[in-house]
Design a protein around this ligand. Structure first.
Ligand code: FES
Ligand SMILES: [Fe+2]
Length: 378
């Protein structure tokens, strides 16, 4: 079989072949083609919340640095010194002054400009005519914030984020408003021994609900779900039976502002290609960023967001924790099947599998998205 079989209509198509999940060579090709050439998720906006916060990310081996500057802007740079290429910041830090390279102390301001080069012209001589600071600023990486997530386009030549993602931005326009998390209580992280694509694929579908999430299936059963299929970089599913979490005194999280009635019962969940899944509800949203660690391991970083800053007040904490616990639990239930599919892909006779034309449409859309770009890059 070949990638052309993936491009066939869902009734006839095969899934992506095994090497796309287990081979280092394919992983290296995806790094460039799927991750660096598109808009990929690398961190949460709240990872660098306050002016002076610096947050490094090793994104498929590419060292990135998020810096929140005094003016409140979040900028992304390559985390590599322009002198001898030392990594500048190796753990989350609050910068009191410029970004100082630990090797020879070249310093960069929060806009990435090179501002100090001590002894570059010899002891006590901090300038040299051949070292021109205005040519040696940090490499800026194109970035965009949406849905609480920081996206980057490392190649620099993807379509502008809003153009590339116009369809989902329009579909979820009502949620385009400030998001608030409650610090560590709204975050979770897990490590999964599987290729990142299997996590994305699992999130595309509701087919597995009755068997993998029996409790969730009681509240939001498989038959109230609908498929979301798009040609524009996302797919997933929706539920027509969203029930808000209620606290001890029957209180609910505040709704997003001016949210239409349509969302009283509807919740939607999408895999946003390549590497984040997201959910929207009238009173909270979430995003889980996938950070691939090789062809067979992925770190999942999740965060839940709310409509109102007041959920950061201590009396909301038990409900915030409970909501995180519930979603973390759902994601944990998925780990076993995602890891199981990874093991299955070492079966040398596996032929990409057979899609259910009714239930697996969104998954097939993702396979097509991958196949089209991998073929174009060949
Ligand atoms: S490598 Fe950064 S100052 Fe020398
Ligand atoms: Fe699931």
């Amino acid at each position: 079989m070949s990638l052309h079989d993936v491009l066939k209509p869902v009734e006839e198509a095969r899934g992506l072949p095994n090497p796309h999940y287990i081979s280092q060579e394919f992983y290296a090709r995806e790094r460039e083609t799927l991750f660096f050439n598109n808009w990929s998720a690398v961190a949460f906006e709240s990872d660098a919340l306050n002016p002076g916060d610096a947050y490094p990310v090793d994104f498929l081996g590419m060292p990135l640095l998020l810096v929140r500057s005094k003016d409140g802007d979040l900028r992304v740079f390559q985390n590599t010194c322009r002198h001898r290429g030392m990594i500048l910041v190796d753990k989350p830090t609050h910068l009191k002054g410029p970004i100082r390279c630990p090797y020879h102390s070249w310093c960069y301001d929060h806009g990435g400009n090179l501002v100090r080069t001590p002894y570059v012209g010899g002891v006590d001589v901090d300038t040299h005519e051949n070292v021109k600071p205005d040519e040696l600023g940090l490499f800026a990486i194109r970035s965009h914030i949406w849905h609480g997530v920081v996206f980057v386009n490392i190649s620099g030549d993807a379509e502008p984020f809003e153009l590339a993602n116009a369809e989902i931005l329009e579909r979820w326009a009502e949620f385009n408003q400030p998001f608030f998390d409650a610090g560590p209580a709204s975050h979770f992280e897990m490590s999964v021994d599987a290729n990142w694509k299997l996590a994305i694929e699992n999130f595309c579908e509701s087919y597995h609900l009755p068997w993998v999430h029996p409790e969730l299936n009681q509240i939001s059963p498989i038959d109230v779900h609908y498929n979301i299929e798009s040609e524009n970089g996302f797919s997933g599913q929706g539920s027509r039976n969203y029930r808000q979490l209620s606290g001890e005194n029957g209180q609910a999280f505040p709704d997003f502002k001016s949210i239409s009635k349509k969302w009283n019962a509807i919740a939607e969940y999408i895999s946003f290609f390549p590497n984040v899944f997201m959910g929207v509800h009238r009173d909270h949203c979430y995003a889980t960023i996938l950070l691939p660690q090789g062809p067979e391991r992925t770190i999942e970083r999740g965060a839940l967001f709310y409509a109102d800053e007041k959920i950061q007040q201590p009396h909301w904490l038990p409900m915030v924790q409970e909501n995180t616990r519930i979603w973390r639990g759902v994601f944990s239930e998925d780990v076993g099947v995602v890891e199981g599919m990874q093991k299955g892909r070492h079966g040398v006779k596996f032929d990409g599998g057979k899609f259910s034309p009714v239930m697996d449409g969104p998954t097939h859309k993702f396979h097509q998205w991958v196949a089209l770009q991998m073929l174009a890059a060949e």
